[in-house]
Design a protein around this ligand. Structure first.
Ligand code: URA
Length: 274
């Protein structure tokens, strides 16, 4: 950013007054796909953000996206060219991390994109199906936030037929070590001989579906995520990706609490309302 009158470039003293083309530091970091605006503020307060080689700690600091050089933890933050929203049909035996020191197949190796995208949450190594990826850090953060309860649907294949009483227990909530699960929609899949179950949960805890079934004494033989909100993998080959449609993005954003104004402006909201 061009220093305002009285600023001493390189001394960390920056103008916080609005000037044409300048944006707040937290918004800039969110545009770089680094994180949500709220988390970006935490990075600033922790002294992890430098502008033109001076650490900034003032949340009101403004950035000129063209002239200023912003670094987070020593790495330059660059605005993403455009926001990308993808779905991958994750195959079995692939892991949801950006890289793996043990050389295992990562979901990132299946994504052909010039720009870096990140998985929205994670699926277990042997879980297949719908995995969203994006470079819109704020969108990802909101989708994963428990407040918004975006529904996720799974097909579960178990080692034996589900007892009627257990169907009711799964629907009502299962006591897990990290707390009781929220009510879920659970149905037997026709022609599945009682061993194939459709379940829609509104949370995203670690290994949640497997743990719910294991708690009741069932072995989960296969777990496939068939939908994340409105997004399915219908027509998508295993290991294949596609861009989300406008209507899928809009619908996910609505589920993640974006206001009508935010949807219309295309802006990412800066905070999660209470
Ligand atoms: N629940 C699980 O148990 N595993 C997953 O991968 C996703 C949801």
């Amino acid at each position: 950013m061009k220093p305002a009158k009285g600023d001493r470039a390189g001394k960390g003293t920056r103008s916080t007054a609005p000037a044409q083309g300048q944006i707040r530091i937290n918004r800039f970091l969110s545009m770089c796909g680094i994180t949500s605006r709220r988390k970006a503020e935490e990075l600033v307060l922790l002294g992890k953000v430098e502008i033109n080689h001076a650490v900034v700690r003032d949340l009101a600091t403004r950035v000129d996206p063209v002239r200023d050089r912003v670094f987070v933890g020593g790495t330059q933050a660059l605005p993403v060219e455009g926001l990308l929203y993808l779905v991958l049909n994750k195959p079995k035996d692939s892991i949801t991390t950006l890289s793996d020191e043990r050389g295992r197949t990562t979901v990132m190796s299946m994504v052909r994109s010039r720009q870096r995208v990140y998985p929205v949450g994670r699926l277990d190594r042997n879980t297949t199906g719908v995995l969203l990826l994006t470079n819109d850090g704020n969108f990802a953060h909101r989708l994963m936030h428990p407040k918004f309860n975006v529904p996720k649907s799974y097909k579960v294949s178990c080692d034996r037929a589900l007892a009627r009483a257990d169907l009711a227990l799964l629907r009502g909530g299962i006591a897990l070590p990290d707390g009781r699960t929220a009510p879920a929609e659970v149905e037997l899949i026709p022609q599945g001989r009682g061993k194939e179950i459709g379940i829609t949960i509104h949370e995203g805890r670690n290994r949640q579906v497997r743990r719910m079934f294991e708690t009741l004494g069932y072995e989960v033989l296969k777990l496939d995520r068939v939908a994340y909100g409105p997004v399915t993998k219908v027509g998508l080959a295993r290991g294949g990706t596609r861009s989300l449609t406008r209507s899928e993005i809009r619908s996910l954003k609505e589920m993640a609490g974006y206001t009508e104004e935010e949807l219309l402006s295309g802006r990412s909201p800066g905070h999660i309302p209470r």
